[in-house]
Design a binder for this molecule. Structure first.
Ligand SMILES: O=C(O)c1ccccc1N[C@@H]1O[C@H](COP(=O)(O)O)[C@@H](O)[C@H]1O
Length: 198
């Protein structure tokens, strides 16, 4: 079954919708973005999430100490690092015992685990922009437990899965009506489509 992460949640209703619709992971953006929430807000939302669903803190370009402080304050169980972080940044966060997600574009090293991460996320060049890209270009190049992201929607996610054959998928803009405004119907539609496709 294709693993599904729903990202950029900021309202309890949307967290509950994603959990009830069968999401495997839920992301809270704690970096510059229209979806940014404070670690304290992420902690309130994470408390609504059952143990079988992974809570993920999303960061871009912050140094490991800043990421560490926000991750600990929010209580998330995984850290997603965007930007060209050196291997040492992942090593520096290992002792937290949280799952590490390396988020890259298609030009990076696409072997999951190459930087000691637990999951690899292959995204568009501008993460969180909602822009689709040539998903088929990474078919067979990305390896291990890797998520496809970038411009996915309920309408195109089946095509994207067929094109790239990912281990999982990740969506933010595609389940929104405006940047940062999630739509419960779109969250449900995305999950139903992935479950049918995979
Ligand atoms: O969602 C954001 O605003 C964001 C900001 C900074 C880094 C990552 C961000 N989101 C990640 O982008 C992809 C989904 O993008 P899309 O909107 O569905 O095209 C996903 O990995 C989010 O975690």
């Amino acid at each position: 079954m294709v693993y599904v992460k729903i990202c950029g949640l900021s309202e309890p209703e949307h967290v509950t919708t994603a959990v009830e619709a069968g999401a495997d992971a839920i992301g809270f953006v704690m970096t510059r973005s229209p979806r940014r929430i404070a670690p304290e807000r992420a902690a309130e939302l994470a408390a609504l999430v059952p143990d079988h669903v992974l809570t993920v803190g999303v960061f871009r370009g912050e140094d490991p100490d800043t990421v560490r402080a926000a991750a600990l304050a929010s209580g998330v169980r995984a850290i997603q690092l965007h930007g060209r972080h050196p291997h040492g940044d992942f090593t520096a966060l290992k002792d937290l015992g949280l799952r590490l997600i390396r988020a890259v574009d298609a030009e990076a090293d696409l072997r999951c685990g190459a930087y000691d991460e637990d999951l690899l996320l292959v995204d568009a060049p501008h993460a969180g922009s909602g822009q689709a890209w040539d998903w088929a270009a990474v078919r067979g190049r990305a390896s291990g437990q890797w998520l496809l992201a970038g411009g996915l929607t309920p309408a195109n996610v089946a095509e994207a899965i067929a094109a790239a054959a990912p281990w999982g998928v990740d969506v933010s803009s595609g389940v929104e009506t405006a940047p940062g405004v999630k739509d419960p119907a779109l969250i449900r539609a995305f999950l139903e489509t992935v479950r049918r496709a995979g």
